[in-house]
Structure formats: structure tokens, C-alpha cells
Design a protein. Structure first.
Length: 334
């Protein structure tokens, strides 16, 4: 393989990845200002308005007696979720969730009318209250803890790869993790798939799967570098050969995971009778697509470039470290 072809391949994949991630960041930024969020956040991370209705069995024996009254009063606000809680003894609670763009003043007026209907005897036992700008508790903390965990995992991997392989492999693996996670995030931002708490798990899975696939690649590369058959080959050709040898294993593993995701997604959609149930599984497929592209195309090309750069630096340091030959004296020249 000529140096020109190697450089062209490396530059091609770097340009494709950088361009795609940049497009994802641009779409997310635009949507942050125009569409209420960098991502299409789900209920765990998106703010919403809610109406909480508390009732007691002294007035209403169960939720079936009170819910039709509440449904009628709040029918004009299009609740995206309704949750009912009851212990069957003292009473219960009904929570209606509305989008953040719902007019709070009109919602409060409807709730005031609802309170008149719910508490005709002025007992104070049945009451509806409006809560605006609610965010599900723990959502932001989960993102923070997940970020810390991923950063710790990447740091551990970097140190482990330095000891097991070399600094060049550690740099390539770290860049592969950042790249694959960046592609996954860009796909989520561009497609506007609703994101829930499962996004954190999928992001972690992308990083872990990338670590495993880079281990497989670098194990094979180290083995081939020690093979006498490749002693006279260019190092970048050895990296390319190693990538081709492990490509089948990577593709089979990713395809098997993709088939499992599709099967579970179909079962979930059938069970819930709702197309929206496919969103988490589509997000999982995005993670697998990012890992596939990173493992098969991006990582081998970038590792070949980093390995070549490190070899150039190594040769330069050795050449400078060699002592200069002493100049011959005039007597020796005679």
C-alpha cells in the first residue's frame, strides 16, 4: 500500500467522522434554541406542567369515581401521560402531565373550576394543584453520575492499554471511544429520537463495546508485529492486515446484537400496541451503527496514522541520541 493511499484513506475517514459529528452538533444547537432542547428529551429529562389531584375515600370510593370528572375538566389540554396511585383504603392521587408549552394561566383556571366540583362540601380532602416547570427527580443527577463513570472508565482503559500495549494503542483506543460516542450522540441529535434514561445505558454500552473491539484489534496487531512473516512489511500494512483479520469477528458480534435488538423491539411494539415503544430500540441500533463504523473503518485507519507518527518520533529521537562521529585529524587524512 502506497503512502499516498494510506494518507488518503485516513483523511477520508477523519473528514467523514468530523463532518457528521459537526452536523449533529449544529442540528442539536439549532434545536436547543428553536425546538426546546439539544435532543428530543423524554419525560426523564424534559420539563413539563402537571396537575396533581389528591382524593380521599370519604368523598370518592376509588379513582373510577373521580377520574371521569378530572378527564372532563382537563380534556382541552392534551395530557401526554396520566398516572393513578391508590392504596385502596384511604384514597389516592391522579397526576396529569402536560407539555411545557401549555398555557399555565388557562390550566390554573380549569383547575380552579375542577376544585369547585371535587370539594362540594368544602371538606378540604379533595384538591387539585398545578405544578409548572417540573423535571423528573434524578434525571440530571443520573446524567452527571454517568458522565463521571464514563470518564473514569476511559481513564482506566487508557492506563491499562499503556501497560498492555503501548502509548500509541492507548491513544487510538481513547480516540475510538470519543469518536464512537460522538457519532452516537450526533445520530440521536439529527434523528430527534425521544431520549429517556435508557440513553445513559446505551452510551455506556457504546464505550464498553468499543473497548472490547479495540482490544481484539490490538491483540491481533501485536501478534502480527511479532510474526516473522511481516518483518519486512510496512507497519501500516500490518495494521491493515490485522484489521481485516478481526473484521469478521467484529461484524458478526455487532450483527448478532443488532438482530437481538430488532427482535426485542418488535415484541415490545406488539406488546404495547404503540409505535413509540420502538424509540429505545432505534437508539440501541444507533449505538451499534456507531460501533460498527468505528471498529471496521475509523479505528484501524487512525491507529495506523498514530502508529506511523510514533515511529517517526521514535526514529527522530534515536537519530539525535547517536553520538556524532569524531572528525579525522590531518594526520589520519594523510
Amino acid at each position: 500500500m502506497t503512502k499516498f493511499k494510506v494518507c488518503a484513506k485516513i483523511h477520508l475517514f477523519i473528514i467523514i467522522s468530523s463532518l457528521f459529528i459537526a452536523i449533529g452538533m449544529a442540528v442539536g444547537t439549532i434545536c436547543h434554541f428553536c425546538a426546546n432542547g439539544f435532543f428530543n428529551y423524554g419525560g426523564e429529562f424534559k420539563s413539563y406542567n402537571s396537575v396533581n389531584i389528591v382524593y380521599y375515600t370519604s368523598e370518592y370510593k376509588d379513582e373510577e369515581a373521580i377520574k371521569p370528572i378530572c378527564d372532563e375538566a382537563l380534556s382541552g389540554f392534551n395530557a401526554f401521560e396520566v398516572s393513578c396511585y391508590s392504596d385502596g383504603k384511604l384514597g389516592g392521587e391522579i397526576i396529569y402531565k402536560f407539555s411545557a408549552g401549555t398555557n399555565v394561566e388557562k390550566l390554573q383556571a380549569a383547575v380552579d373550576e375542577l376544585n369547585v366540583k371535587l370539594d362540594k362540601n368544602n371538606s378540604g380532602l379533595n384538591r387539585a394543584d398545578v405544578h409548572s416547570g417540573v423535571i423528573k427527580e434524578g434525571g440530571s443527577r443520573a446524567v452527571t453520575f454517568a458522565s463521571i463513570a464514563l470518564a473514569s472508565a476511559a481513564a482506566f482503559q487508557f492506563l491499562y492499554f499503556i501497560f498492555r500495549y503501548k502509548l500509541r494503542a492507548a491513544l487510538s483506543a481513547l480516540l475510538a471511544c470519543v469518536h464512537n460516542l460522538g457519532v452516537f450522540v450526533a445520530l440521536a441529535a439529527i434523528t430527534r429520537i425521544p431520549l429517556g434514561a435508557e440513553t445513559i445505558a446505551f452510551g455506556a454500552a457504546v464505550v464498553v463495546l468499543t473497548m472490547i473491539l479495540t482490544c481484539v484489534l490490538f491483540d491481533r496487531t501485536r501478534k502480527n508485529f511479532a510474526n516473522e512473516k511481516y518483518q519486512k512489511s510496512e507497519r501500516v500494512d500490518v495494521v491493515d492486515t490485522s484489521a481485516c483479520e478481526v473484521r469478521t469477528v467484529s461484524v458478526i458480534a455487532i450483527c448478532a446484537l443488532a438482530i437481538a435488538v430488532v427482535v426485542f423491539g418488535v415484541f415490545a411494539a406488539i406488546a404495547q400496541m404503540w409505535v413509540g415503544a420502538l424509540a429505545p430500540f432505534a437508539l440501541a441500533l444507533f449505538g451499534l451503527i456507531a460501533c460498527f463504523y468505528g471498529a471496521v473503518f475509523f479505528t484501524p485507519a487512525v491507529h495506523g496514522a498514530i502508529d506511523g507518527l510514533c515511529e517517526s518520533v521514535k526514529r527522530s529521537v534515536k537519530s539525535k541520541a547517536k553520538p556524532a562521529k569524531p572528525a579525522k585529524s590531518a594526520k589520519e587524512n594523510v
